[in-house]
Design a protein around this ligand. Structure first.
Ligand SMILES: [Zn+2]
Length: 259
């Protein structure tokens, strides 16, 4: 594992140096382009992730969205995050881990300025064991309750292949198809980092279709990610490095769109 960590670190450094060249081909935009707001004139964005820290891939975009008073942001976190490796590093129980992570996620919601944070109590690594239809129906209910026009979640590769990321993505796809939401976006990473994540997931994300300029909210984004102290500082060097990367752009793939 130590050797793999070193390989990943070196690849990350190499990748970062070619970041600018790779980002050039993807158009800059925002995720609300072409969205018809709800009857009250507001647009609702629902962020659907399995864990209390997955939103780190889009915190800047959410912060930017929330500068517009006509945008509401809702977080859905599907699992308790109770099996995080940081529980072993810290020597605490899964229950204590869950309590800490939920509190951390509440602080992220505060920093981002989210309008709601919906927390489910499914155990970490438990999404894959649920029937996909059942999980999709639960997500669909949240989409309906929040009147979401835009859904953001993981793509089929789950960035680095975590089974909850993959199962959650499949269920969110299904829920979106049955909903009145207009656009479904997958979070992505700079293309230059694909080889790094490929080592873990053996697959690449779908090509990004849009990048969002988050330069003006970078400090607040880092403040949001720093609220996830247990995940950033108490697992290993790799998450710490990943959660410390503060790019100028966040990347997304438009996965599905409805009129
Ligand atoms: Zn996760």
């Amino acid at each position: 594992m130590k050797r793999l960590s070193r390989v990943i670190f070196i690849l990350m450094l190499l990748s970062l140096s070619s970041l600018r060249a790779h980002a050039a081909g993807i158009p800059t935009g925002d995720l609300l382009q072409g969205i018809k707001p709800g009857p009250d004139g507001k647009s609702d964005v629902l962020v659907v992730f399995p864990h209390e820290d997955d939103e780190m891939y889009c915190d800047g975009t959410l912060l930017k969205m929330k500068q517009d008073p006509a945008v509401r942001v809702h977080f859905l976190v599907m699992t308790l995050g109770d099996l995080s490796p940081s529980k072993d590093v810290l020597g605490i129980s899964p229950e204590k881990m869950a309590a800490i992570r939920i509190k951390e996620m509440g602080k992220v919601a505060e920093v981002v300025g989210a309008d709601s944070y919906i927390q489910w109590t499914i155990h970490d690594q438990g999404l894959g064991a649920l029937p996909r239809e059942e999980l999709a129906n639960k997500i669909l209910k949240v989409i309906n309750d929040t009147h979401a026009e835009v859904i953001i979640g993981y793509g089929p590769e789950g960035i680095y292949g975590h089974p909850d990321h993959v199962a959650g993505s499949k269920a969110a796809d299904l829920a979106f198809a049955q909903s009145t939401a207009q656009k479904l976006y997958y979070v992505n990473v700079p293309r230059a980092l694909y080889p790094v994540y490929h080592l873990l997931s053996k697959t690449n994300p779908l090509p990004a279709t849009v990048k969002v300029d988050v330069r003006k909210v970078k400090k607040m984004k880092m403040l949001a990610i720093d609220e996830e102290t247990s995940q950033k500082y108490f697992i290993s060097f790799i998450p710490k490095l990943e959660m410390s990367l503060n790019f100028d752009y966040e990347y997304f793939t438009l996965a599905a769109s409805k009129p």
